[in-house]
Design a protein around this ligand. Sequence first.
Ligand code: ADP
Ligand code: MG
Length: 462
Amino acid sequence: MVTGIWEEFLKIVKDEVGSRVVETWFKAVTLHQWDSLENTVYLKAPNAFVKNWLLSNYMPLMQLHLGRLFNVDKPKIVLCEQTHADDTRCESKTDEFVPAVISQRVAKKVLKTGIVPFSFGGQRGHVNRSYSFNTFVVGPSNSLAYAAAHAITEKPGRLYNPLFIYGGSGLGKTHLLHSIGNSIRMAHAKANVLYQPTDRFVNEFINAIRFDKVHKFHAKYKDVDVLLIDDIQFLSNKEQTQEAFFHIFNTMHESSKQIVFSSDTPPQEIKGLAERLRSRLAWGLVADIQQPALETKIAILKKKAEQSNEELTDDVAEFVASRVISNIRELEGALIRVMAFASLTKQPVSYDLAQKVLATAKEQSPQEATLEGVVKCVRKHYAYKVDELRSKSRNKDLSFARQVAMFLMKKVCHKSLRDIGDYFGGRDHSTVKHAIHKVTWHAEKNPGFKQKLRTMEQEAVY
Ligand code: ADP
Ligand code: MG
């Protein structure tokens, strides 16, 4: 009866606190038993470290969502620590929770990496000191964004203003924004640097209106010398906030104060944005961050390990890097799990250990499919040759098959729209985007087609 509930729980938690928390803490936990008479959920954690961490940090979250899923109010959560099959130690907490007894050494080690969710809910609005240019690994996927970010710190407001950095989730945008802030602060101790996530900006503005403090709101931004706005896409459809921001932007820009934006898409793709604001976002330099290649992922892992005085051998680094496909945040999560486990069990970080710790992750993350692999499997279902699919022909059925291929490529290959367009004879990324929308739309209307898509997806991945 409990099958599926844990998966459902992971999805909810992911939405609520992000995939890093799920990857680091919840992925390795299993739902052991649900005792409806005792109103108790039994969970199994892989070790004491994870168990204690969950008990002291995520108890309310577990109670809330597992309670909802089991349809009860505040279930008791019992966490068992599984060391060997027959050696299971349990501990439970209901209402009150006591700080966890985490081995000092482990906690220190994990803390030192500066990459653990210790900062969750932490100091928003302030520049995070552990994110600096020194800890940022540069590779082909992020070199443009890095170079631009670095350059503006030498002449804030004079070189690229605004600087607009975009890229997928977990690829280092926030890290770069904080690095800019830290670096400018270092050179100009008096500079008023403000790091502001967009959702916070929106809330601040809404509250200013509610409590009649719009003046104060604008006054705050008048004093800012360097404004780092994270995830500007969240301004979408917030017309009044956009209006307010538009004025802040103009004032700052006129007086050559540096503004930096991050976003998950380029300015022209952010929906629900006033045209005059959109055009301003692209006034300076627009730099992208792509998914890192294997070599960069390895370099990042080595750097992170080094920061916590751990040495990572080549085989371990390569194993972990190849295990996590695209997102650096998840890459870190995997490394933290390996290091925490090694430290806790007093073993060196070895290939075998990494393999053991990440075993569950393997089952859940399918291999990366290639563009060729996708085309081959589309070909099987639509009876077109690879060359035809890659040709310029606009025959209606052929075009649709091509669009299906584009859709699947985006879904399973972790390539950019640009890469996919290039594969199909240099088509524009907007063509690929259109294809994805169209196929998504068809799948929603037509369950049979949706099933077919799923089959093709499976075939392409395995
Ligand atoms: P985004 O804001 O793009 O979603 P973040 O900046 O939060 O991503 O990065 C996620 C995690 O990955 C952070 O802990 C960050 O330090 C790390 N990270 C991302 N890119 C790099 C990099 N090039 N070198 C080192 N760490 C990185
Ligand atoms: Mg971010």
